[in-house]
Each structure stands twice: as C-alpha cells, then as structure tokens.
Design a protein around this ligand. Structure first.
Ligand code: KG4
Ligand code: ZN
Length: 383
C-alpha cells in the first residue's frame, strides 16, 4: 500500500465535531504528505466547504476519494432550543466558526493551502444568509491563495456522495430526502440530472422537525440533543403506527414516521416503474441511491428496501454521517468535477449564491402524463 493510501486510510473514518485535537498534526507528517504528492504528482487535492443550512463543515480530500481531514460544527443545539432555524442566527454562527472549521480540516490533513488544486463550496440551494458566509469566505481564500473555484450544488453533492464509497455507474435513480428537499431524479452524469418529481409543499425532514416540536420532544430525556427526525425515529421504536387508538408520543411518532415512509415509498415505486417504462436505467443492474439527512432513518430505508426488492433494484445509502450535511460530500463533488474538468472557475467576479436552484432538467410533467398505476405493496415494518 502506498504511504499516501495508508495515511489516508488511517483518517478515512475519523469524524471530528468541533474538537481541539487537531493541532497535533506534526510537521513531519506534513512533509511526508508533501513528498508523496510532489514526488509522484499522484493526487490532486480539494478543500470542500459547506454552509448551506445549519452545519459549518469543511474537508480535504484527495483524488482517490480519501478523506485527509475534516471538521464540522453543528448549530443543531442552538436551533433546537430556539424551536427552529433563525437565519440571522445561523449566519452569525457560520461567521464565528468557518475559519476555525476550515483550518481544522487543513491541519488534520497536513495539506497547506498552496498544495490544493481547487476549493469547492456550496453555492446553491440553501439559506441565503448561510450560503453567503461560505461563499464570501471561499472567495477571500481562493484570492489569497490563487486557487481555482468549483461552485457546488448541494443536492447534486448529496446525490453523488455514494460514489465515494461504491463505484456506482451512471445512470442511477436517486431519492434525496432532507430538511429542505424531497427530490426524485435520474443521475446521468456529474452535472446531468433528470428531475422526475419533488415535494409540492414541505420536505419530509421539515415535517418530522415540526411534529417533534409540537410533541415537545426536546423535553424527552432521550431526545434532548437529537434533531426532530432522529427524535421521531428513536421514540417510534416503542410505538405502534396503526390499528389501534394512539395513546402516547411513541404511537404518534410511529404513525407519522409510517406515513412519511409509505408516501416516499409509493412515489419512489412510481419513479422506478416510470424509469423502467422509458428505459432510463440499466436493464439488469439498476440502482436506487437514497441520500440527504432523512435517508439516515433506518425505518425509511427498510421501507424503501421493500420497494427495491419487489422491482429488482439495488438499494444503496451512504452511511448516516454522510447523509446529513458535511464537508466531505462537497469536497467529493469537487473531486468528481475536477476529474471531468467540469465547472472549474479561474475567475469568480460574477459568482453569486442561489437560495433556490433546480436540479437538472425537469421531466416531472412526463411522469404525470404517464399516470402509472402503482401496485400495492405491504409496507409495514416489524422492528
Ligand atoms: O441533509 P440535511 O442534514 O440538511 C438539509 O440539507 O436539509 O437534513 C436535515 C434533516 C432534518 O430535518 C433532520 O430532522 C432530518 O434531516 N434527519 C432525520 C434523521 N436524521 C436527520 N430524519 C429522520 N430520521 C433521522 N434519523
Ligand atoms: Zn443537505
């Protein structure tokens, strides 16, 4: 194994949430890494920065997809106490933490800014005030260090994270379920998506967060530090979703989780049948990728597995910590774009963030017109 790979492997699974151990990267290691890179010209390196919502995150990744360093500051606790994300508060917290988080990721990687091939940053979609902090910081950084910039679409990054872990070939079907979005799309290439459908009103994560708030789950001893979705998943384990009078928060959580899961499953089932009818996926080895914060929910995954089993698709989900927002997925999207030479900017004068941004070409009208009838599946999960 090359020194680079063994070094990367050591750090592959480390996840740091605003810790202080990062200053310990020795100068020796920094030099070792530098030698490997300069001797072999092996790997290009990307710094990824994410601030689209309530996580300030950064990661350094090499071209093989190895995570060299990462750091994440989650604002979750602050927003949980406030009863929701207040954009100016999110902006202030991003401002307070972005320099430290980025420096931690760089320190952990042992990579100097001058060694980076590019900086990749989420510029769309997301909260305007949050996106602005990451973009302003990144522009200053790249101007100071004279680096190319790769603007990243947050939902495209969620969609392609899985390819960092498994070599999933295009095209594949992807379901993106998060706090702000619910999207079904065919992923045909790094920057090529067909949008089959999206939530008309509220995204599943938003619904779970609101129900959790109405149930005051923050006061539940086992849920005080969990996001709404996590809290619902946790207490639903002791609940019964239907068939009898709901009697407690556990039952309500189970019923809500079942409703969200079965709705998502039916829509995904229809998307699969549409793709089959139109030949949009490989005939023998079609894959459904599920990502975004809500995809870390094991109950929802199991429900979707019933759908993929019955339609002969393979279900793939990134590990939970890569489903919720993180810097690694942004760095990886930067690597994918760098490899293909797509969307790499040497001038950033006109770059703006975009709070709303479509994903690919919208063909949801064709899905509606096809009016495919979805066969009933027994979706109830016994845990
Ligand atoms: O992707 P993400 O980290 O941020 C957005 O881009 O929105 O998703 C956050 C959402 C939140 O609504 C949170 O409640 C939900 O993902 N979530 C979950 C779980 N973990 C996080 N929902 C259901 N089950 C979970 N285990
Ligand atoms: Zn997200």
């Amino acid at each position: 194994m090359s020194p680079l790979l063994s070094l990367s492997a050591t750090f592959r699974s480390i996840h740091i949430r605003s810790t202080s151990i990062l200053n310990c990267v020795s100068e020796l290691r920094r030099r070792q890494i530098k030698n490997v890179f300069s001797n072999r010209q092996l790997c290009r390196l990307v710094l990824g920065i994410e601030t689209s919502c309530d996580d300030t995150a950064a990661a350094v990744m090499d071209e093989t997809g190895s995570i060299l360093g990462e750091s994440l500051y989650s604002q979750k606790d602050v927003h949980l106490k406030a009863g929701g994300i207040i954009p100016p508060v999110a902006q202030r917290l991003h401002r307070e933490h972005i320099a430290r988080v980025t420096q931690e990721a760089l320190d952990m990687s042992g990579v100097a800014p001058s060694d980076l091939s590019a900086v990749a940053t989420t510029v769309k979609p997301g909260l305007a005030l949050s996106l602005g902090v990451g973009l302003d910081y990144s522009i200053k950084f790249i101007q100071q260090h004279k680096k190319p910039f790769i603007p990243i679409h947050h939902m495209e990054a969620h969609a392609l994270t899985v390819r960092m872990i498994e070599p999933v070939q295009f095209p594949f079907l992807v379901l993106l379920v998060s706090g702000g979005h619910c999207l079904l799309a065919v992923s045909k290439g790094v920057d090529d998506f067909l949008l089959l459908g999206k939530s008309l009103d509220e995204a599943p994560g938003d619904i779970l967060d609101k129900v959790a708030r109405r149930l005051s789950l923050i006061s539940h001893p086992e849920c005080s530090t969990l996001s709404g979705g996590q809290a619902i998943e946790h207490i639903a384990k002791q609940g019964i979703p239907m068939g009898q009078l709901l009697s407690c928060v556990n039952d309500i959580a189970a019923a809500v989780q079942y409703t969200v899961a079965s709705h998502i499953a039916k829509r995904t089932h229809r998307a699969i049948l549409f793709c089959k009818a139109k030949g949009l996926l490989p005939q023998n080895s079609a894959t459904l990728v599920v990502s975004g914060g809500v995809a870390s929910n094991q109950y929802i995954r199991k429900t979707l597995k019933i759908v993929t089993d019955s339609t002969d698709l393979t279900l793939l989900c990134p590990p939970a910590k890569l489903c919720t927002d993180n810097g690694v997925m942004i760095a990886w999207n930067g690597i994918e774009r760098l490899r293909e030479g797509k969307g790499i900017l040497n001038h950033v004068e006109n770059i703006c963030y975009e709070p709303k941004a479509a994903l690919g070409t919208d063909i949801s009208g064709q899905v509606r017109e096809a009016a495919i009838k979805v066969p009933r599946l027994k979706l109830e999960i016994k845990e």
